[in-house]
Design a protein around this ligand. Structure first.
Ligand code: HSE
Length: 315
């Protein structure tokens, strides 16, 4: 018997990882978003948000979680309807893949109620539509790792082809979220349409180095490859104190440091939990010192599970 009610969780993500604009992303343990979905007698979707202090759209038309759920219900036309509650825990405009986590939790929750649930990889095409809704671009480098877990490589967008990269999960990821907002749509609009071949060569060398480094758990190779000569120099201007903060992270022992997604969060890589805590503190202190900005720090290895059902109720 299929469950009548489920609660799903989907984790935050670090996308781009420095050089891999729109093609690399990985999941971390927290923060994340929750979605509770219940079957109803009436067909169609009813939707509400529990958001605390986070401001998100609450209508079915505008909210990404409701949007992706509607797409699934329109396509599969189950004999029942769905009542969905989004427990929005993630800050928006943070660079932590907030909209992606809402979409990933929503597709996993609705899927669990369907008579014939799809595989997670088959849910990706719905979840990506949440990103199109949120920022006007269906980039998958947050939503794929939030849904599937681990490190994802978006090998192609046309057609969408996501490769789950097998990694040695030895490194520790530090993410610091300064309390300022950067809208992904704005941060994308400022990027150049064309890049010099010389920059492209450097960038794809780094993307490949980073991928191999993560597969081998080679901290030095990972650190050297977290170099973004195309996007970071442009977006750094959106993050007050970015260069000082990056310097502080590297001085505190980080192997590499760059912008998480479209920012303003910053990520850094460490070889141990202890080192990660030291780096996290150094970044937070530097944000406060240079700009008076307070921040939150999250420390985690790569989350290999991705979005999943926490609770099922059968009747
Ligand atoms: N790859 C996307 C970007 C991620 O950098 O715009 C958005 O979080």
């Amino acid at each position: 018997m299929r469950p009548k009610r489920v609660k799903a969780f989907a984790p935050a993500t670090i996308s781009n990882l420095g050089p891999g604009f729109d093609v690399l992303g990985l999941a971390i343990d927290r923060p994340g978003d929750f979605v509770i979905a219940s079957r109803t007698r009436e067909t169609g979707l009813t939707f509400s948000v529990r958001a605390g202090s986070v401001e998100v759209p609450t209508s079915v038309e505008e909210n990404v979680a409701a949007h992706v759920a509607s797409l699934m219900l329109d396509e599969f036309k189950p004999s029942f309807g769905v009542n969905m509650v989004l427990e929005k825990r993630m800050p928006v405009g943070s660079g932590l893949g907030s909209s992606a986590a809402s979409s990933a939790a929503a597709v996993v929750a609705v899927n669990a109620l369907l008579p014939r649930p799809l595989k997670k990889t088959e849910l990706l095409r719905f979840a990506v539509e949440g990103e199109r809704k949120a920022s006007g671009s269906p980039h998958a480098d947050n939503v794929a790792p939030s849904l599937l877990g681990g490190l994802c490589l978006i090998r192609s967008y046309d057609p969408l082809d996501v490769v789950s990269v097998p990694i040695r999960n030895t490194l520790v990821w530090v993410v610091v979220h300064p309390h300022i907002v950067v809208r992904t749509e704005d941060a994308r609009r400022m990027l150049p349409d064309q890049v010099p071949l010389r920059s492209a060569v450097r960038q794809w060398g780094n993307v490949s180095g980073l991928t191999v480094g993560l597969m081998k758990g080679n901290a030095r190779l990972v650190g050297m490859s977290i170099e973004d000569v195309i996007v970071e120099p442009v977006r750094a201007t959106l993050i007050s104190g970015f260069h000082e903060v990056k310097r502080a992270a590297l001085d505190a022992g980080a192997y590499g440091c760059s912008i998480s997604g479209s920012g303003p969060s910053i990520f850094a890589v460490a070889h141990s939990m202890r080192s990660a805590k030291k780096i996290g503190t150094a970044i937070m202190e530097e944000f406060t010192r240079t700009s008076g900005i307070t921040s939150d720090v999250y420390i985690s290895r790569v989350n290999l599970e991705g979005a999943h059902i926490l609770k099922k109720i059968r009747r």
